[in-house]
Design a protein around this ligand. Structure first.
Ligand code: ADP
Length: 302
């Protein structure tokens, strides 16, 4: 199965025609509470497609935490290793979505940051049984480093979705089989501006030199770019009407993990993940927008 180590947050989503300027107050159109967090989204995405998913994470002993645990169970994710913090509140994300479907997000990680290296050490028996380990960066970075190193030492491929972007050590990058930045994150990781597919390729080449095996730069509506030692390949996206880009990248990563652990080639997996991403941006919400396997198969036939 797939082990996903990551964040669980309650998303507080406000819909507005435009985002407010500093000091400005606006009336928005709608408000919703919706379970999210990159880890939880990716776990739900892979589970909806049919993958066996174990989530490692932490929530608070509060209403949001109980709700997130319940949602993960309903999605069929194994929740035995989602701990409950004694002192920290469940993570929250404040999300503003404008008319164009663009989002602006502030995350307050709370309990997510409590998970540390000792927790990973204690969970070695769980991690070493994984076919693949998936992580993001809404948790403690040294915990991620420890988990990547442990997975790598057991020969388990690691997908690292470097979001939100931060500077990473070469040692961490050397333990990553699949790095999946979007264009902004690729730019920050490589220390250059990424405004085109050509820029994305240049940034990915820099990261390849640092020891990542495969870089998959997600390009929004343009799909994704695969860069590895065999070369570069642009896999075009699927045209859809974007309603809400929340969880596009998360659905992509969950789908990628599902496909790679189902024996698909990287090219096949990225094409499928593009379809899942397109379906997710066509619906509102994070977890509620994630497609089931049958929907993706139907979409790929059309
Ligand atoms: P993030 O959400 O992390 O910023 P992207 O915007 O690159 O990441 O989206 C991730 C993936 O979702 C893309 O690689 C693509 O497959 C799909 N996707 C995102 N936006 C669109 C869109 N407007 N139309 C079609 N597919 C999209």
């Amino acid at each position: 199965g797939i082990v996903i180590i990551g964040s669980l947050n309650m998303d507080m989503v406000v819909r507005t025609s435009r985002a407010p300027e500093a000091g400005e107050t606006l009336f928005g159109q709608a408000f919703a509470l919706s379970p999210g967090g990159k880890g939880a989204n990716q776990a739900a995405a892979a589970a909806r497609l049919g993958a066996e998913v174990t989530m490692i994470g932490r929530v608070g002993k509060d209403g949001f935490g109980r709700e997130l645990l319940e949602v993960m169970r309903q999605e069929g994710v194994h929740t035995d290793y989602i701990g409950q913090s004694e002192t920290q509140a469940t993570g929250v994300a404040s999300i503003v979505v404008d008319e164009e479907g663009e989002n602006r997000i502030i995350v307050v990680p709370g309990a997510n940051l409590e998970m540390g290296r000792e927790d990973i050490a204690a969970l070695e028996p769980v991690i070493r049984q994984a076919e693949m380990v998936v992580m993001q960066l809404e948790t403690d970075l040294s915990m991620c480093e420890q988990a990547a190193s442990m997975a790598h030492s057991h020969g388990i491929p690691v997908i690292l979705n470097p979001a939100p972007a931060r500077v990473l050590t070469d040692e961490l990058l050397q333990h990553v089989a699949y790095l999946t930045p979007n264009e902004t994150e690729a730019g920050i990781l490589a220390g250059m501006a990424v405004n085109s597919i050509a820029d994305a390729e240049q940034a990915a080449r820099l990261l390849l030199q640092k020891g990542v095996e495969n870089i998959i730069v997600t390009l929004g509506s343009k799909g994704a770019l695969i860069v590895n030692h065999a070369g570069s390949r642009h896999i075009p996206g699927f045209p859809v009407q974007a309603v809400d880009t929340v969880a596009a990248g998360d659905s992509f990563n969950g789908a990628l993990a599902y496909q790679l652990t189902s024996g698909k080639t990287l090219t096949e997996a990225v094409r499928f993940a593009n379809a899942v991403g397109a379906l997710a941006v066509g619906k509102q919400g994070a977890i509620p927008s994630l497609p089931q396997l049958a929907e993706v198969e139907q979409f790929l036939k059309e």
